[in-house]
Write a protein of this length. Structure first.
Length: 247
C-alpha cells in the first residue's frame, strides 16, 4: 500500500472510531508498527490528527465563550499549574524587570520566585497581595479592576505598560490554537496582555495542557510571538510555531 493511500486509510479509520491504536491501524492497513508510527508522525506534522501514546485522536478545536472567575480557576489543574509556575519562577534573575499577568498559573509563580533584586510590574490583584510579602520590589498598574479575574485593565493600564521595558513577561491564556494563537474571552484584557508582550524582550505564556485546542473571543498574540511553558504537550504541531518547554 502506498504511503498516501495508507495515510488516507488511517484518517478514515480515525473519523469512524474517534480514537485509534497503533495495533488497530496495523490490522486495517497491513503495515508494520514502525510504518504506522512514521505515518502518525507525518499526519501529526500536517495537522491532520493528534498523536497520543499508543495511537491517535482527531484534531479538535473548541470555542469557549465563558470566563471562569478566579475562585473557580484556583481549583482547576492545580498540580499542573504549580509545576509550570515553579519552572517559570526559576527563570527570574537579579537583573530582570518582570511583568506578571493576571492569571491563576502566574499567581502561583510568586510563591516560588527566588530571593532576587528583580523589579516586578503587575496588573494582578493576587500578585499585588503576594509580591510584597516576599520582599520583592513591586509596581502596580492603574486602571479598571475586572471583578471576575481580579485583573487591572483598560486604557490607563495600557498607557502605564508603555513606560516599561521588560526583560521577561509571563502571561496567562484561556486558549491556544494554531490559528488564531493565544486567546482570551475579554478584548480589553487581551489588549493589556498584547501591550505587555510588545514591551518585553522575552514573553512566556504559562498554560496547562487543557488550554491547547481551545479558542476564545479575543486574540492576544500569534503563536510565534511567545514561548510556552506547559506540563504536557499532546499535539506536536505546536512545536512548528514556537518554543515549548514541558515540565
Amino acid at each position: 500500500m502506498l504511503a498516501e493511500v495508507r495515510m488516507e486509510a488511517i484518517l478514515a479509520e480515525l473519523e469512524k472510531e474517534q480514537a485509534v491504536s497503533v495495533a488497530q491501524l496495523c490490522r486495517v492497513t497491513g503495515a508494520s508498527e514502525a510504518t504506522i508510527r512514521r505515518d502518525l508522525n507525518e499526519l501529526a506534522r500536517r495537522g491532520k490528527l493528534n498523536k497520543v501514546h499508543g495511537g491517535a485522536m482527531p484534531v479538535r478545536e473548541e470555542f469557549r465563550t465563558e470566563e471562569l472567575d478566579m475562585d473557580t480557576k484556583r481549583q482547576l489543574h492545580t498540580p499542573e499549574k504549580i509545576r509550570i509556575a515553579k519552572y517559570a519562577a526559576s527563570l527570574i534573575t537579579d537583573d530582570d524587570v518582570v511583568y506578571l499577568d493576571a492569571g491563576s498559573t502566574v499567581m502561583h509563580m510568586v510563591d516560588y520566585i527566588p530571593t532576587v533584586r528583580a523589579t516586578f510590574v503587575t496588573n494582578s490583584v493576587e500578585c499585588i497581595q503576594r509580591l510584597p510579602r516576599r520582599g520583592l520590589r513591586t509596581y502596580v498598574l492603574g486602571g479598571v479592576l475586572k471583578p471576575g479575574t481580579l485583573a487591572i485593565i483598560g486604557g490607563e493600564a495600557m498607557e502605564g505598560l508603555k513606560k516599561y521595558n521588560f526583560t521577561k513577561a509571563f502571561l496567562g491564556t484561556n486558549g491556544i490554537a494554531v490559528d488564531p494563537g493565544f486567546t482570551t474571552p475579554d478584548p480589553e484584557e487581551a489588549m493589556v496582555k498584547a501591550t505587555a508582550a510588545a514591551h518585553a524582550r522575552e514573553t512566556w505564556v504559562l498554560a496547562d495542557s487543557s488550554k491547547f485546542g481551545t479558542i476564545t473571543a479575543a486574540s492576544v498574540l500569534p503563536l510565534d510571538r511567545a514561548r510556552i511553558i506547559t506540563e504536557r504537550l499532546n499535539d506536536s504541531r505546536y512545536r512548528e510555531y514556537t518554543d515549548i518547554k514541558e515540565v
